[in-house]
Design a protein around this ligand. Sequence first.
Ligand code: TLP
Length: 347
Amino acid sequence: MAKRIDLRSDTVTQPTADMRRAMAEAEVGDDVYGEDPTVNRLETLAAEMLGKEAALFVTSGTQGNQVAIATIARTGEEVIAEAESHIFYYEAAAVSAFVGAQIRQVPGRKGVLQPTDIKQAIRPRDVHQPRTALICIENTHNRAGGTVTPVHVLEEISSIAKASGVPVHMDGARLFNAAVASGRSAKEIASHVDTVQFCLSKGLSAPVGSVLAGSKAFIDEARQWRKRMGGGLRQAGILAAPGILALTTMVDRLAEDHENARYLAEQLSALPGVTVDLETVQTNIVIADIAGTEVDVNVFVQALRDEGVLSSAFGPTTVRFVTNKDVSREDISTAVDVIANVLKQVR
Ligand code: TLP
């Protein structure tokens, strides 16, 4: 059987041989006592790279976002998030389940929150209205197709938020994709937000984990929320060791994923009945709309799977492809041929 070409997500990436070796050899201790030297090293490195006072290793992007929100927001308050953000869309209503705050969905432009909309969404002091506790920015934006929030937009949102005394959290699950695509450092991007979460286990290819960063006071509180949510791990250095390699050796190669995504998007948009908004293809995500082919999305995704190409049904007529380390340019070309053939057969 031909090689499986897995474009469902960048979460499917396998750890490298160096990562596996680092896991086996990691020096470890009990991280709940703060005694795991490898976790401490990862946290120090991440804080430095993001220009924040402190950082916390968490089990997942979802946990990183939720620990951040729980640390900042209280029951009966409101958290602003983009209408199709991961925090709203894919975190199993954790904000209502754990915090008891409500999410205010603000639609962005191709995933990018607009400063004027944020200004209007921040609540005035009024007995009828909840207090705005937090603004969340997703960068890159998953459901919008991996779009990057430009630094000047971050600056504007940050100054509006500061003027209202509302902190800003960034769901930077793919922060380093945003950095590589925009040519800005992660530190510069993070300088416009109070707290930031990024994933080690997406394009950066570590097997597990995310990092939450912010002020020392914030991280001290967040550490207790992580414990409360069951995320206090013991000899976690085994997981942090590949995370260190993710940060020191895997960032620059994200450019390759971005080039592959652009190539895939261009090839797909040339197929009859398939449209891709090429403006949104800024990083490693491609969302193809197959409405014009009149093929059912689930039938299409299954037919591709039968031919060894894995993708995700993303909406009634849309399919998501995410390029990643384990899919080469040659694999992308093969995938395009498979997609073209499948469309001819199932039409
Ligand atoms: N995204 C996953 C799925 O959950 C949809 C994916 O395959 O893209 N923020 C953003 C923007 C994300 O895309 C994700 C994961 C997360 C947070 C959550 O990270 P994990 O999966 O580590 O909890």
